[in-house]
Design a binder for this molecule. Structure first.
Ligand code: RIB
Ligand code: CA
Length: 313
């Protein structure tokens, strides 16, 4: 099977880093056309740096990394240093990247790539706020129908929110951008907190990263050790949820996940529920389904895949 052509749009973030490594460790499954950084977990100057660090960690300084939007469409940027640390990749000491950032804006790379590649052959994989994606749609509406699929991490249904009682971080940071993307009519696959909160870095799973005996395995374990503090304290969970690599794992082994096609609509009016992904799980409205919304994961299968692919780097 030919590898699926993807663009990873990301705000690294330790969990984004796992997703990028999983993709780069799976060349027979995914062909990473480029990585576009967006402001989110940490400001853009850190997310674009971090994306390059992760590519070099994977031995892939050839990957094109672009800097994108440094703030949401309308709102003030909200970041998550309390979860990811000041750099966004706290835990192990990371060396500064030597590979160059690509010239040009990430949004233009997304537009140009979608116009150049045959229609219906490129999948967008947003792992952060949807600002770059929505900006591309506003600047070049013609590219929307050329997208094969958008497979994103964001939102929540029964799990509620992680930055407000009802909103998940990626959607909350730029709800207007999320609203544009969810209404665009592109085939959507959504990996919400309902799934990612079941993908926890338990001690045994982190030990499996370390047991790889590689630099990547060591760094992955140290990211997990740092990244779990917030969720363990807040949820009392055993480990941290590895949100973003669920997106890439779905591309490689969709059978690890279960979900259903439902309508997902983003709250952009009420400050009380701003950024909530209102998910019609039981089909009680006349709103047409617009997303394959995931609810279940084979967590052991997911970590076995992730660890095996990390082991290749
Ligand atoms: O809410 C979790 C999401 O927000 C993840 O993508 C994490 O990296 C942050 O971007
Ligand atoms: Ca992210």
């Amino acid at each position: 099977m030919t590898p699926r052509k993807i663009i990873i749009d990301t705000d690294p973030g330790q969990d984004d880093a796992f997703a990028i490594l999983l993709a780069l460790g799976s060349p027979e499954d995914v062909d990473v056309l480029g990585i576009t950084a967006v402001a989110g977990n940490v400001p853009l100057n850190w997310t674009e740096r971090n994306a390059r660090i992760v590519c070099e960690l994977a031995g892939r300084a050839d990957i094109k990394v672009y800097a994108g939007c440094d703030r949401p469409l309308k709102r003030k940027l909200v970041t998550a240093e309390h979860v990811h640390g000041k750099t966004g990749l706290d835990g192990p000491v990371m060396v500064e990247p030597t590979m160059a950032l690509q010239p040009g804006h990430a949004v233009d790379f997304i537009i140009d790539t979608l116009r150049r590649e045959p229609a219906g052959t490129v999948t967008l994989c947003p792992l952060g706020p949807l600002t770059n994606i929505a900006t591309a749609f506003q600047k070049a509406p013609d590219v929307v129908e050329r997208i094969q699929q958008i497979v994103l991490m964001g939102g929540g249904c029964f799990e509620g929110g992680n930055i407000t009682p009802v909103a998940e971080f990626n959607i909350f940071v730029d709800p207007e951008a999320a609203d544009i993307v969810f209404r665009a009519g592109v085939p959507l696959v959504v990996m919400p907190l309902d799934v990612t909160h079941k993908a926890l870095t338990t001690k045994a799973r982190v030990a499996a990263f370390r047991a790889l005996g590689t630099n990547v395995g060591r760094v992955a374990a140290e990211w997990a050790d740092f990244f779990e503090r917030f969720d363990k304290e807040k949820y009392g969970s055993e480990g941290a949820p590895l949100h973003d690599p669920c997106v890439i794992a779905w591309l490689i082994r969709p059978e690890l996940f279960t979900g259903r096609r439902v309508n997902v609509t983003v709250e952009v009016q009420s400050e009380l529920t701003m950024g909530q992904t209102v998910t019609d799980w039981w089909g009680v409205t006349d709103r047409a389904p617009n997303a394959l919304f995931m609810g279940g994961i084979d967590a052991d299968g997911f970590f076995a895949l992730l660890t095996e692919r990390l082991g290749r780097l």
